[in-house]
Design a protein around this ligand. Structure first.
Ligand code: NAD
Ligand code: AKB
Length: 307
């Protein structure tokens, strides 16, 4: 399989690229900045339509994984750029993939596409969606665009609404769920951490290995099994900052958090606490493997502890 990964330098890209390589794919990675790991790379701004067109026609990928994004907090700081990267560039990617006869496209949405009127618990696949943040607005528009490109042009776009992704080796930035990675590193390095959310803000989360498995399973499923052409709900686990703090304390008993909420609290409170994911389980066999103790155990295998 010839594959192009756009936005390969981020939290999900740096875990997905080795998984695609392990599958035997011939891969080209692109990002706007140099990657922190070794792989064949072309530097490219996804908003540069002509450069992307040229690359697609030269590389001729069968699959494209479009991961370039401005996450939720960063999109609040620079809303126009957030729209350009998260929505306008996604339009170009879909259009150019169609033109270059790409067989399958993966593009992730987010739990940020939900909003204050979305049911908070066991959020169904098709609830009311009224995102308040620019990132969520762009994700919801992107979901509609994905379905439109499939129905109107037959472009095989596949998508999941990722919860907050937690994994080692990459300190995420610009998101609202970043605390769940940062807390491990701060606990190991300093023994304290200041959380920018209220302690009881429960959010859906997903361990990185589950996230990568979801992408691979969805992309490998036969097209006729895919009944959701906007974006599939997937649930991993749910926890609040206080629950994560308590779990970390089992390893580091003196660890303490302070809670100083900022603007990200409003975004987090508008998102669901848990997700109902029957269509993903039924259509392509989604089944998460990590609960909170398993996630923490996996993180402690990689996060260096102070001696
Ligand atoms: P990230 O912020 O870690 O990585 C995004 C990458 O996009 C970065 O390497 C960045 O350099 C690149 N990028 C930004 N602007 C670009 C541009 N103009 N041109 C080319 N590249 C550009 O994000 P991630 O966590 O790896 O997320 C990947 C995808 O998954 C995104 O669509 C994101 O919205 C989605 N998602 C992530 C999470 C999560 O918790 N990580 C949750 C829900 C959805
Ligand atoms: C963010 O917090 O912005 C992302 C997401 C949930 O999409 N991690």
């Amino acid at each position: 399989m010839r594959v192009l990964v756009i936005g390969a330098g981020g939290q999900i890209g740096q875990a997905l690229v080795p998984a695609l390589q392990a599958r035997g794919d011939t891969l080209l990675a692109t990002d706007i900045r140099p990657l922190s790991y070794e792989t064949d790379t072309v530097l490219l701004d996804v908003r540069d339509t002509e450069a992307l067109r040229k690359l697609l026609h030269q590389w001729k990928p069968q699959e494209v994984y479009h991961l370039a994004a401005f996450l939720s907090a960063r999109s609040e700081e620079q809303p126009r750029l957030g729209w350009e990267v998260n929505f306008a560039a996604t339009w170009s990617v879909f259009e150019l993939c169609l033109e270059a006869r790409v067989e399958r496209v993966f593009w992730p949405s987010s739990i940020a596409a939900f909003g204050p009127h979305t049911p908070k618990h066991h959020t169904p696949q098709y609830p009311p969606m009224d995102p308040t943040g620019l990132y969520g607005i762009a994700k919801l528009a992107g979901e509609r665009l994905a379905e439109y490109f499939f129905r109107r042009y037959g472009l095989d776009v596949r998508s999941v609404r990722f919860p907050g992704v937690v994994g080692p080796g990459h300190l995420p930035s610009g998101g609202t769920t970043d605390f769940a990675v940062h807390m491990f590193y701060a606990a190991a390095e300093k023994g304290t951490y200041t959380v920018y959310l209220e302690s009881d803000t429960t959010l859906p989360m997903l361990y990185i290995d589950d996230a990568v498995r979801a992408i691979l399973q969805l992309m490998e499923a036969p097209a006729e099994r895919i009944t959701v052409r906007s974006s599939y709900n997937i649930q991993g686990l749910s926890f609040s900052p206080a629950q994560l703090e308590a779990e970390i304390r089992k390893k580091l008993p003196t660890f303490r958090c302070a809670y100083v909420p900022d603007f990200r609290q409003e975004l987090a409170r508008s998102w669901p606490e848990s997700i109902e994911d029957t269509p993903a389980r039924r259509d392509w066999g989604w089944q998460p493997q990590y609960d909170l103790p398993a996630l923490c155990e996996a993180m402690w295998q990689s996060v260096p502890l102070r001696s």
